[in-house]
Design a protein around this ligand. Structure first.
Ligand code: SAM
Length: 242
């Protein structure tokens, strides 16, 4: 996958791509990233990227020209690459959206700033709009990092063979079971017996039960859409009635 990011603050991405699984994924050529400064696509002597809003009001709005020019030069002839505008007004980002985006070989992300981006970018350039939650950030950079993190870890090979994202919370619409590591007893708090038993079938049953209990306890609405066996549906019903 190749990811292009349009931003006014390219340096914000250095930490993310300079360490950990992203650096490894880049080194192994599983993913490549182009970070483009929107300012580089301006033509006036002050390199202006923003201007006052028509109609008045506080703050500045990102101008359309450098954003259109940047996307057009990056995108080339490709007609299918998603051009994603990060905005608190977009569709809500989720694990499902991450899975959907992980199927593409190229993504373009546009990070807004100040009061936002000229509406014509949304209307005539972006093919998708994503919000990472119902709150307002100062810029789209952190939102883009959230999207990229969730998408890239789904790409084959990125997490390595030992780790699998399949059991993670939200991947199958439920929350993950509790995880423990050594020591078996810490400050008098013990790891559940079954996890020390070495009995893989019992461990799998316990984990599945915990997935359901935990989801029911914390995010009961997720169970309405999740794929459950008839036995599991019975368990949910019993727990809901108790
Ligand atoms: N005035 C805009 C509004 O009310 O819709 C908010 C602008 S915000 C201060 C500046 C930029 O941060 C936005 O253009 C967007 O790129 C980014 N941003 C802020 N909150 C976001 C969110 N929840 N999800 C994704 N991007 C967000």
């Amino acid at each position: 996958m190749h990811i292009d990011i349009l931003t006014l603050f390219p340096e914000m991405f250095q930490g993310m791509f300079g360490s950990g699984i992203f650096k490894r994924a880049i080194d192994q050529k599983l993913v490549s990233v182009g970070i483009h400064n929107i300012r580089d696509y301006t033509h006036d002597k002050h390199h202006s990227v923003d201007d006052y809003p028509y109609g008045g009001g506080a703050g500045m709005v990102l101008k359309p020209e450098p954003i259109f020019e940047a996307v057009e030069s990056i995108k080339g002839e490709s007609a299918t690459v998603p051009i994603i505008l990060l905005t608190p007004q977009g569709r809500l980002f989720s694990q499902q959206v991450a899975q959907e985006l992980s199927q593409y070989s190229h993504l373009i992300l546009i990070c807004g700033h100040y009061e936002g981006v000229d509406e014509r970018v949304r209307e005539h350039l972006a093919t998708d709009e994503l919000s990472i939650g119902d709150y307002v950030l100062s810029g789209g950079e952190l939102a883009a990092m959230v999207v990229i993190d969730a998408v890239v870890r789904l790409l084959p090979g990125v997490l390595g063979s030992a780790a699998s994202p399949l059991d993670d919370s939200h991947v199958a619409g439920l929350l993950e079971y509790p995880q423990y590591t050594r020591p078996a007893i810490y400050r008098g708090w013990s790891v559940p017996e079954v996890l020390l038993s070495g009995n893989h079938a019992q461990i799998a049953d316990w984990r599945r039960e915990q997935v359901i209990l935990r989801t029911l306890e914390r995010r009961p609405e997720l169970l309405d859409k999740a794929k459950l066996s008839s036995e599991e549906k019975g368990l949910v019903q019993k727990l809901r009635q108790s």
